[in-house]
Design a protein around this ligand. Structure first.
Ligand SMILES: Nc1ncnc2c1ncn2[C@@H]1O[C@H](COP(=O)(O)OP(=O)(O)OP(=O)(O)O)[C@@H](O)[C@H]1O
Length: 283
């Protein structure tokens, strides 16, 4: 459950713009939210600004992007004032990101074991031998069978589900207080997805940390997260407790819920989401 009295992250009126040849694209407009020790989902259609929001929190927006906000506070760090040097100490350590494809986050020329052991050596004053032992233990913690064999594999040799477990095992070592997961299970099949979600859930509960879970899958987010932020065209249209989703007030959220396939609403009869220009007005 969340302790909003003491949020880990507070964002007030954040906007992200991209100057392009055909003009300035405003990908995120005046979004405000906080994250406590809880799982917060960000949901919206493709292009609604979910990933841009996640990257801006990490300071990982493309160099041309312009991020503006009244406030972006992560624990004791003012993200608006933090230098790239400050962010190096935050990223991966205090705030970590999991992406859809772990291959992009892993070093392709280093074995899995070497990479995890490197993280251990970065965070703990131990010998190389002890780092190897810790690495094998971490692989076991994320339920990887045969960790000795996996230790010597390279990123291209592991499946997507195993890659996400490896990412999570590195987070167990770094012990971040906030994880931003951008579609971490979209590329996985249903069984593997459930396993990865359950490992992620254990991590959040056990470490009492915050998780921002970005997804276009409302069903998944509503069952996995505590609260849900609904984005539409770069804005937050509604923030709601997952258990209250069925009572969502905003017509866009209701449209998303109605668009979910269910037994009495076969897939070939999905409704077209309705849109109203008034939703784009500030509120
Ligand atoms: N580097 C960029 N340059 C210009 N426009 C960009 C850039 N990155 C994102 N955008 C635009 O910003 C908007 C939001 O994109 P974003 O990727 O955040 O959406 P999203 O909700 O995460 O979508 P998806 O689910 O497809 O990842 C889109 O209109 C996109 O075209």
């Amino acid at each position: 459950m969340h302790e909003m009295s003491n949020p880990i992250l507070t964002v007030e009126n954040m906007s992200v713009k991209f100057p392009t040849l055909s003009g300035v694209v405003t990908a995120v407009r005046d979004v405000s939210f906080s994250v406590g020790r809880e799982k917060v989902g960000i949901i919206g259609e493709s292009g609604s600004g979910k990933s841009t929001t996640g990257r801006a929190l990490m300071g990982l927006q493309p160099p041309k992007a312009i991020v503006r906000a009244d406030r972006m506070q992560f624990e004791d760090i003012d993200l608006l004032k933090a230098s790239e040097h400050d962010m190096l100490a935050v990223r991966g350590r205090r705030m970590a990101m999991i992406l859809q494809d772990p291959k992009y986050s892993l070093n392709p020329v280093m074995s899995i074991g070497e990479q995890i052991a490197e993280t251990v050596l970065l965070h703990e004053k131990v010998s190389k031998r002890a780092a190897r032992e810790r690495t094998l233990a971490m692989l076991e913690r994320v339920k990887i069978r045969d960790p000795q064999r996996v230790f010597d594999l390279y990123p291209h040799e592991v499946s997507g589900g195993m890659g996400q477990r490896i990412m999570i095992s590195m987070m167990l070592i770094a012990s971040p207080s906030l994880i931003i997961a951008d579609e971490p299970t979209s590329a996985l099949d249903v069984t593997v997805r459930q396993e990865v979600l359950s490992i992620l859930d254990d991590l959040v509960v056990e470490r009492n940390i915050g998780l921002v879970f970005i997804s276009h899958d409302l069903n998944l987010v509503s069952s996995f997260c505590d609260r849900v932020i609904i984005m539409y065209a770069g804005r937050i249209v509604e923030t709601i407790a997952a258990r209250d989703l069925n009572n969502a007030k905003h017509p866009y959220t209701q449209g998303l819920l109605n668009a979910l396939p269910s037994l009495d609403r076969p897939r070939d009869r999905l409704e077209v989401l309705s849109r109203d220009p008034a939703w784009l007005e500030a509120h």
